[in-house]
Design a protein around this ligand. Structure first.
Ligand SMILES: Nc1ncnc2c1ncn2[C@@H]1O[C@H](COP(=O)(O)OP(=O)(O)OP(=O)(O)O)[C@@H](O)[C@H]1O
Length: 960
C-alpha cells in the first residue's frame, strides 16, 4: 500500500510494522516525516536495534524517538552506508558519502535495483538482510538475470550441464511465479521486469522449441517497448532533474533567506518567506507526485500493452509455429507432388512423342491407302467393265446352259450306246502263290479284246478257241486300269440311267477281287464297288450347284434263292441306307461283307456260295427345272459258276450249288431272251434276275466282268464261262432310256398312288366277300392265275397295307398274272433258252443245272412273293407305258387294250426308247396298274433309317 506525505516532500519509503500498522518515511532533504497511526514501541526499538547492529558507529539510543531516527537518516548518508554494509558494492560511490539529497537518490536507485520497495525501505532492508544466509541469497537472486543470460549463451557440453541449465530455468520460473503470487512484481522496477522478460525469451527457444528468429523478433519488439519505456523514464528523469534543479534553487533561496534571516531582525518576515517557500516546496512535491502518478499510470498502461502484445505475440508465435509445420508439410507435399507431376510430364511427353510418331505413320499409311483405294477403285471399275462384258457373254451362255447340258447328256449317252449297252470285259486272274509250275490255258490276249484259249492237254488244230469281248484285262492289270473303262458308266447313273455291273466266273477266278478288292484299307486295292461309289460322290459334289442328289444304298445276298439283307438283320425287307460320302459307303459295305454268308468248298476255301448285290439308288433334282432324275447301279458279285460235278459236293452243298446254277441259268435265259427279242423275258425265274430286272434290258447299261482262272485244270470251266460271256456280249439291248420325271410325271405318279389306294380298298372288300363265302366261281374270275404257294422273306404280307403300297427304291412292282400265266404255259426247253439246239454247250449246262419244267410253277410262285420283286416280266423297262396304263385303266376298251399290250410287248422287246402305251387286257387291268411302283423317291427322302425297300408285294397281283 502506498501512502503519500501530506506536505509533498520526497517520499523515501513506507514500511509496515509487524503489528499491521503502516509508517511512511519521507525525505525532503531536511527532515523525515513520519505519519503513523499506531506505531508500537517494540517495532521501533527493533528497528533501532538493527540499525545499531548494522552500523555500530551510529550508536543510537535504544529508546530513540522517531524524530531522532529521522534526523539520523535525513541526509541519506546513513542509508547509503547501511545499504553498502548490507550489500557491499551495491552503492557505487567509491566508499565516501557526502551528506545531501544525492545520497537519498542513490539509495533509492539502489533499492530499485535490488527490487526492494522504496516505501518500506528500511523494513525491507531489515527483512532482506536480517539473516546472514539470506543476504547472499538475496544478492544472488537479483543478479540472476545476468547469471542466467550467461548460462543461456553457454554451449552445453554434456547432458548434465544441460540439465543444470534447465533446472536453473525452472528455478527462475518458480521465483517469478513466487513474485507474481506475492504481488511484489508490481513493485519491481521496469528494468527488472524487462530483464525477466528478456530472460524468458532467452529460455523460450530451448524450452518451447521456438525458432531463434522468432525469439529475436520478440526480443526486438520488447526492445522497442523497452526503448519507449526508457524514453519515458528518461523524461521522468529529466523532469526529476528539473524538479531537483528547482528544488536546489529553492533550497538555495531558503539558504539565502536563512542567511538573510540570520542577518535581519525581522523574524516574521523570515517566517513568512519560509512559509512561502514551504508552500512552494509542497506545491512542487504535489506536482512531482502528480507527475509520478501520471508516469506510473503510463507505465502501467505500457506494461499492460506490453503484456497484451506479448500474449498476442505468443499467440502469433503459436500460429506461426503451426503455420511453419503446415508450411513444412505443404512443402513436403509440394515436393512429392512436383516429383509426381514431373514424372507424369515425362510420361506424357514420351506418350505424346509416341503418338506423334504413330500419327505420322498413320498419316503416311492413310495417304498410301488413299492412293491404293483410288488405284483399286480404278482397277475395280476396269474389272467391272471387263466382267460386265464377260457377264453378258456368260448370261447369254447361261440361257443356253440347260440346253447344252441336255445336249451333253444326250451325246454322252449316244457315245455309251455306240459302245454298246451291254459290255463284257474279260479279266484273267494271275496265278496265285504256289501255282507257279502250273500251265496256263490262256494262249493270247489282244488289245482289241481278242482272247485265245487252248487246253495244253489236247493236241490238234481245233484245240485253240478264239473269243472276242469289249476288252480283255491280262493278269498284270491293276484295279485302277480295270476301273478306268468302267468309269463312264458311273456318270450315266447321275444322268438317270440304270447300270448293272456284275462279275461272272467260276469259284476262285477273282470275282470278289474285281468287285470289292482284296482289302478296303488301301485305296489302291479298292475294287469296282468302292471306286464306283467314290466317283459317284465326286460327281454329285461337282454338280451340286445345278442338281441336288440323294444317294441310298442297299446290300443283299441271294442265297439258296432267298434274299437276305446284309445291312440290317432286323427288318424283313432290304433296307435302304442314306449315304453322303465314300466313308459312309465303306462302313456299310464292311458290315455287308461281314454278314455275307460264306461257306467252304473243296475248290475255294472261302468261296462265296451266294450272290451279293450292292444297289445304289440316286435321285437327282434339277435345281432350275425341278426335273427329277432317277438312276440306279447294281454291283453284283455272283456266286461261282462251276459245275456241280466238279465241286464234289453233296447234301446241303449240292443244294446250294444247284440254286446257284439255277439262278445263273435264269440270268442266261433273260439275256438270251433279250438277245433274241423274245416277247417274253423270264425275269421271274430267279431272285437274281428279279433283283436285276431294271438293270438288265432295253433301257439299262450292263457291264459284265468275265473272270478267268488261267489254270489248265480249269480249262473246261474257262471255256464254258467264255462261251456264256460271248453270248452275252453279242446281245444288242437297244437304246437305254433315262428315267427323268418332269413335274407332270410326278403329278401322274401321285394320281397313280391314289388309284392304288383305291384298288387296295377294293382288294380288302373282295377279301371280305371271300370270307363271307362268295361263290368260288365269282372269285375264280377275279383270281386268274393265282399262285399255288407263297414264300416270302418277310412272311405273309398279303394283308399288310404297307406292303400294298409297294414303297421302296427298288420297288418297281410285281407280277403280271397274265404274264405269269403266259410264262407258265411257255415250254422251257433248252432250245428255247439257248436260242437253238445248235449249241451243245448250252444243253450241257442245262443238264448240269438239273432244271425241270415241273419246277417252274414253284419257282414262279416264289418270285411273286419275293420281297425284292423287281418288275414285270413283259418288258425290261420301267414301263412308262405301264404308268399310262395305270392312269387310264377304265377308259380303254378291252379290245383296244389287248391290242396295245401286244404292241407294247413287241415294241419293248425291240428296245424302243419311246414311252410305251401299255394298255392291259381286261383281266390284266388291275395287276398292270399295280405293277408301277413309284416309291423310290419316298424311300430316298426318308432314308436316314433302314427302309423297307423292294418287298412291295402286291396282294392283288397274286390274287388275280
Ligand atoms: N487280279 C488278281 N490279282 C491277284 N490276285 C487275285 C486276282 N484275282 C483274284 N485273286 C486272288 O484269287 C483268290 C480268289 O479270288 P476271289 O475270292 O476274288 O475269287 P471269287 O471268284 O470271288 O471266288 P468265289 O466265287 O468263291 O467267291 C483270292 O485270293 C484273290 O486274292
Amino acid at each position: 500500500m502506498k501512502n503519500r506525505s501530506e506536505d509533498g516532500s520526497s517520499m523515501i519509503g513506507v514500511y509496515r510494522r509487524s503489528d499491521g500498522s503502516s509508517s511512511i518515511l519521507s525525505f525532503n532533504g531536511s527532515d523525515i516525516s513520519r505519519q503513523s497511526t499506531d506505531q508500537t514501541k517494540q517495532g521501533h526499538q527493533s528497528l533501532v536495534e538493527w540499525l545499531n547492529e548494522t552500523l555500530p558507529y551510529l550508536n543510537l539510543p535504544w529508546e530513540a524517538s522517531e524524530e531522532e531516527l529521522r534526523a539520523c537518516l535525513m541526509d541519506g548518508t546513513v542509508l547509503c552506508n547501511l545499504l553498502n554494509q548490507l550489500s557491499p558494492g551495491s552503492m557505487r560511490m567509491g566508499g565516501s558519502f557526502e551528506p545531501g539529497c544525492v545520497n537519498i537518490e542513490r539509495f533509492l536507485a539502489a533499492m530499485d535495483e535490488m527490487a526492494l520497495p522504496r516505501f518500506e525501505s528500511l523494513k525491507a532492508l531489515k527483512a532482506s538482510f536480517s539473516d546472514d544466509k539470506n543476504t547472499l541469497f538475496a544478492r544472488r537472486r537479483w543478479s540472476l538475470p545476468e547469471d542466467h543470460s550467461k548460462g543461456v549463451d553457454t554451449n552445453f557440453n554434456d547432458a548434465s550441464q544441460f540439465k543444470e541449465a534447465s533446472d536453473q530455468i525452472n528455478k527462475s520460473h518458480a521465483q517469478i511465479s513466487d513474485l507474481l503470487k506475492s504481488n511484489s512484481l508490481q513493485n519491481t522496477s521496469t528494468r527488472s521486469l524487462f530483464d525477466m522478460l528478456d530472460k524468458l525469451l532467452d529460455e523460450s527457444p530451448q524450452k518451447m522449441n521456438v525458432t531463434h528468429a522468432f525469439a529475436s523478433i520478440l526480443r526486438g519488439i520488447v526492445q522497442v517497448v523497452e526503448q519507449r519505456i526508457s524514453n519515458q523514464a528518461e523524461n521522468l528523469k529529466n523532469q526529476n532533474i528539473l524538479f531537483r534543479v528547482r528544488e536546489e534553487k529553492y533550497r538555495s533561496r531558503i539558504n539565502v533567506l536563512e542567511t538573510l534571516a540570520s542577518g535581519t531582525s525581522d523574524k516574521n518576515e523570515l517566517k513568512k518567506q519560509k512559509q512561502r517557500s514551504d508552500a512552494e516546496v509542497s506545491n512542487l512535491k504535489r506536482e512531482l507526485e502528480n507527475v509520478i502518478e501520471t508516469q506510473e499510470k503510463q507505465f502501467l498502461e505500457l506494461k499492460l500493452n506490453a503484456q497484451k502484445a506479448r500474449v498476442e505475440l505468443e499467440k502469433q508465435l503459436k500460429d506461426s509455429e503451426l503455420r511453419v509445420v503446415e508450411a513444412k508439410e505443404l512443402e513436403k507435399l509440394c515436393e512429392t507432388e512436383t516429383k509426381r507431376w514431373e514424372k507424369k510430364e515425362e510420361t506424357y511427353k514420351s506418350f505424346i512423342n509416341y503418338q506423334t510418331e504413330a500419327l505420322q505413320e498413320l498419316k503416311a499409311t492413310s495417304m498410301s491407302l488413299k492412293r491404293e483405294v483410288l488405284k483399286t477403285g480404278e482397277n475395280y471399275f476396269q474389272d467391272l467393265n471387263y466382267y460386265g462384258v464377260k457377264l453378258r457373254g456368260v448370261a447369254h451362255a447361261a440361257k443356253n446352259y440347260q440346253l447344252v447340258v441336255e445336249e451333253n447328256r444326250r451325246l454322252y449317252n449316244e457315245v455309251q450306246e455306240l459302245k454298246g449297252n451291254i459290255r463284257v470285259y474279260c479279266r484273267i486272274r494271275p496265278f496265285l502263290q504256289g501255282q507257279n509250275k502250273k500251265q496256263t490255258s490262256i494262249q493270247y490276249t489282244g488289245e482289241n479284246g481278242e482272247l485265245v484259249v487252248a487246253s495244253p492237254l489236247k493236241q490238234g488244230k481245233d484245240t485253240h478257241r478264239l473269243f472276242k469281248f469289249n476288252k480283255v484285262f491280262g493278269p498284270a492289270s491293276t484295279q485302277e486300269e480295270v476301273f478306268l473303262d468302267t468309269r463312264p458308266l458311273i456318270r450315266s447313273i447321275l444322268d438317270g440311267y440304270n447300270v448293272c455291273i456284275f462279275a461272272y466266273g467260276q469259284t476262285g477266278s477273282g470275282k470278289t477281287y474285281t468287285m470289292s478288292g482284296p482289302s478296303i484299307t488301301s485305296e489302291e486295292d479298292w475294287g469296282v464297288n468302292y471306286r464306283a461309289l467314290n466317283d459317284l460322290f465326286h460327281l454329285t459334289q461337282s454338280r451340286q450347284n445345278s442338281v441336288e442328289y440323294e444317294v441310298g444304298v442297299q446290300m443283299v445276298e441271294i442265297y439258296n434263292e432267298q434274299v437276305r439283307d446284309l445291312l440290317s438283320q432286323d427288318v424283313p425287307d432290304a433296307s435302304m441306307h442314306s449315304v453322303n460320302s465314300t466313308e459312309d459307303v465303306l462302313e456299310l459295305m464292311n458290315v455287308g461283307l461281314m454278314n455275307r454268308a460264306v461257306s467252304s468248298t473243296t475248290l475255294n476255301e472261302k468261296s462265296s456260295r451266294s450272290h451279293s448285290v450292292v444297289s445304289v439308288h440316286v435321285r437327282g433334282v434339277d435345281v432350275k427345272t425341278e426335273s427329277v432324275f432317277r438312276g440306279s447301279l447294281h454291283l453284283v458279285d455272283l456266286a461261282g459258276s462251276e459245275r456241280v460235278g466238279r465241286s464234289e459236293v453233296t447234301g446241303d452243298r449240292l443244294k446250294e450249288a444247284l440254286h446257284i446254277n439255277k439262278s445263273l441259268s435264269a440270268l442266261g435265259d433273260v439275256i438270251f431272251a433279250l438277245a433274241h427279242k423274245n416277247p417274253h423275258v423270264p425275269y421271274r425265274n430267279s431272285k437274281l434276275t428279279q433283283v436285276l430286272q431294271n438293270s438288265l434290258g432295253g433301257q439299262a447299261k450292263t457291264l459284265m466282268f468275265v473272270q478267268i482262272n488261267p489254270d489248265e485244270d480249269s480249262y473246261a470251266e474257262t471255256v464254258s464261262t467264255l462261251k456264256f460271256a460271248e453270248r452275252v456280249s453279242g446281245v444288242e439291248l437297244g437304246a437305254a432310256r433315262s428315267y427323268k420325271e418332269g413335274r407332270d410325271v410326278r403329278q401322274l405318279m401321285e394320281q397313280v398312288s391314289n388309284l392304288k389306294d383305291m384298288i387296295a380298298k377294293k382288294d380288302e372288300e373282295l377279301l371280305k366277300f371271300q370270307s363271307m363265302g362268295m361263290p368260288k366261281r365269282g372269285l375264280s374270275k377275279l383270281r386268274i392265275g393265282s399262285p399255288p404257294r407263297r414264300h416270302s422273306l418277310g412272311g405273309d404280307l398279303t394283308n399288310s397295307p404297307r406292303k400294298r403300297q409297294g414303297s421302296g427304291l427298288l420297288g418297281r412292282t410285281t407280277s403280271d398274272s397274265a404274264d405269269e400265266r403266259r410264262h407258265q404255259n411257255e415250254p422251257r426247253s433248252p432250245s428255247k433258252l439257248s436260242g437253238g439246239a445248235k449249241d451243245s454247250n448250252i444243253i450241257e449246262d442245262i443238264e448240269l443245272l438239273g432244271i425241270e419244267d415241273s419246277d417252274n410253277e414253284e419257282r414262279l410262285s416264289d418270285i411273286s412273293d419275293s420281297c425284292l420283286s423287281m418288275g414285270t416280266e413283259t418288258d425290261g423297262s420301267i414301263g412308262s407305258g405301264a404308268m399310262e396304263l395305270a392312269l387310264f385303266p377304265e377308259t380303254s376298251s378291252p379290245t383296244k387294250i389287248s391290242e396295245q399290250i401286244e404292241h407294247n410287248d413287241k415294241s419293248a422287246n425291240v428296245g424302243s426308247s419311246k414311252p410305251l402305251k401299255h394298255t392291259p387286257k381286261p383281266d390284266q387291268t388291275r395287276p398292270s396298274r399295280l405293277s408301277i411302283s413309284n416309291t423310290s423317291s419316298k424311300a430316298l427322302t426318308s432314308s436316314k433309317r433302314p427302309i423297307t425297300g423292294s418287298s412291295s408285294a402286291k396282294p392283288l397281283n397274286r390274287k388275280k
